[in-house]
Write a protein that binds this ligand. Sequence first.
Ligand SMILES: [Zn+2]
Length: 343
Amino acid sequence: MQSKFEQLKTEALLAIKSVSDKIQLEDLENKLLGRKSGELTNLMKGLKDLTDDARKVIGVVANEVKKDIEMAFANKKNELLNLDWAAAVEKERVDITQPTLPHSERGTFHPNTIIQKDLEDFFTSMGFVVLDGPELESDFFNFTAVNVPENHPARDMQDTFYIKNHPGMVMRTHTSSMQVRSMLKQGAPLRAIVPGKCYRNEATDPRHEHTFYQLEGFVIDEHITFAHMKGVLEAVAKHLYGADTQVRLRPKYYPFVEPGVNGEVTCFICKGKGCRVCKNTGWLEIFGAGMIHPNVLKEGKVDAGRYQGFAFGLGLTRLAMLKYGIEDIRHLESGDLKFLKQF
Ligand SMILES: [Zn+2]
């Protein structure tokens, strides 16, 4: 019996020494010391069948063997942990002697990113959270949940890319798809913006592109009115184009709001007198907005009797084009460095 303990110890110490990762070590520990059927555990169970005298002698040996094996496991664990640390430190090591790139090779922000960051700062200062969401979206969150059921004609206004072999998945046509997602996750009240990439199946020309950026925003709370919406939109317009900017809201149909409006601001180039950019109207259309349709709140499991909300969508791509006088939308997704280096 004594030799069995000693043999097990020799084998165990050798096995522990040759282990090279934590999972192997855990398996081995379980195999030897496991409460139910560990090899050492089983051997110790045999002690009870010995005579009193023999048990006293062999019991001492058995306990020493157990202690030695446990010690070997503890040491090995420490050793592996130190290896982990060393690997982690090595991975994060920065070579401070490496030469930097010449100044002219530094990247610049994409015009869409500049506008997006500016608006994220502005909205967070008003207590909005910034949310992100999937670009490959389910048909449900992109259309059905925002009050555009199957076979609704509004789906034709937003033809998009459907994914082969994945029925029910679309490239999102707007970031409004995050409205119901976030209501389900966070409930009401909620104050959020969702900037991001959207897709439409468009024949491209200087004014149309299959990929563009949008910023959706929404506020859901008790006693929210159309006046709150107008106040926020005016604040955005003044932030973007100066304190003397006027906002004009005109009724427009969007399936997910009721009532819905088309939002225009006084042209920041001609100050409302009329020019080429505003097509001599003095106004620039920059957003769509409205009070969130109760059906959308219901999809989000928000109590539509208690809470109201408004939502708005700004075209980040359009804002960037206006701000920088970009005449062709296709430049923005072209990846052309001659274009990108101007910002
Ligand atoms: Zn103008």
